[in-house]
Design a protein around this ligand. Structure first.
Ligand SMILES: [Zn+2]
Length: 214
C-alpha cells in the first residue's frame, strides 16, 4: 500500500488487537466492521450515535452535579453524626494541609470529569448541527489529553473500601450522592467504552463529509 500524502492516512484504520492496517470502507447503518485477521471490531456505524451520545452526556452531567451537591454518606460514631460530601472531602484535605494531594484530587475527581462531560455535550451539539469543523477537532484533541486523567471510578472504589473498613465501628447510611456517583461512573464507563476517541473522530468525519456533499 502506497501512501501519497497525509490525508490518505485518514482512510486507514488500525486494528487495536493485532495492529493490522485496514482501509476504511462505508458500511450499513447498525452494522460493524471487523478485522480480517483477528475478528476484533474496527468500527461501527450507527446513524443515531450523535443523539445517543448527547443524551448520555447530558444525563451524566446531571448525575455529576447531583453527586457533588448532596451528602455521599452519613456516618454515625458513638452518637456523633457526620455528613460527607465530595467538596467537603477535598476541603478537609486542604484543612489538614495536604495541599498537593488536595489539588490533585480537585483535578482528578472534579475538574477533569466535569470538563470531559462538558466537552462531550458541546462536541455532540456541534456534530449534530454540522458546524465549527475546526473547533470540533480541537475539542477532540483536548479530550484525548484529559480522558486518561479522569478517575471518578477509582474514587468510587476507594470510597467503597473505606466504607467496608468502617463497618463495625460506625453506622453508615448511603446518601443521595452515593447513588448519583454510581450512576455517573457507569455512564462514564459506558461512554468511554462505547464512544471511544476513534469512534468520535469517525463521527466527526462522517458529520462533515455529509455536509460537504450537500
Ligand atoms: Zn486484528
Amino acid at each position: 500500500m502506497k501512501i501519497e500524502n497525509e490525508d490518505a492516512l485518514d482512510n486507514l484504520i488500525i486494528c487495536k488487537q493485532c495492529f493490522t492496517l485496514h482501509e476504511e470502507v462505508p458500511i450499513e447503518d447498525g452494522t460493524k466492521a471487523c478485522c480480517s485477521e483477528c475478528g476484533a471490531i474496527l468500527y461501527r456505524y450507527d446513524s443515531k450515535l450523535i443523539e445517543h451520545g448527547l443524551a448520555l452526556s447530558i444525563t451524566g452531567f446531571i448525575f455529576f452535579v447531583l453527586a457533588n451537591l448532596f451528602p455521599l454518606v452519613q456516618i454515625e460514631i458513638l452518637g456523633h453524626e457526620q455528613f460527607i460530601t465530595i467538596p467537603k472531602t477535598i476541603f478537609s484535605l486542604f484543612e489538614s494541609e495536604f495541599y498537593i494531594v488536595g489539588l490533585i484530587c480537585i483535578f482528578l475527581i472534579f475538574i477533569f470529569p466535569l470538563m470531559i462531560f462538558t466537552i462531550n455535550i458541546l462536541l455532540f451539539i456541534l456534530l449534530k448541527m454540522e458546524r465549527h469543523e475546526k473547533l470540533t477537532k480541537e475539542l477532540l484533541i483536548l479530550l484525548s489529553h484529559i480522558i486518561p486523567w479522569s478517575m471518578t471510578d477509582i474514587f468510587l472504589i476507594s470510597i467503597l473500601v473505606a466504607l467496608v473498613k468502617l463497618i463495625g465501628y460506625a453506622q453508615i447510611h448511603m446518601g443521595v450522592s452515593f447513588w448519583a456517583l454510581i450512576v455517573f461512573v457507569l455512564i462514564d464507563l459506558y461512554i468511554v467504552k462505547r464512544l471511544n476517541l476513534s469512534e468520535l473522530w469517525m463521527l466527526r468525519k462522517r458529520a462533515f463529509a455529509t455536509k460537504d456533499e450537500e
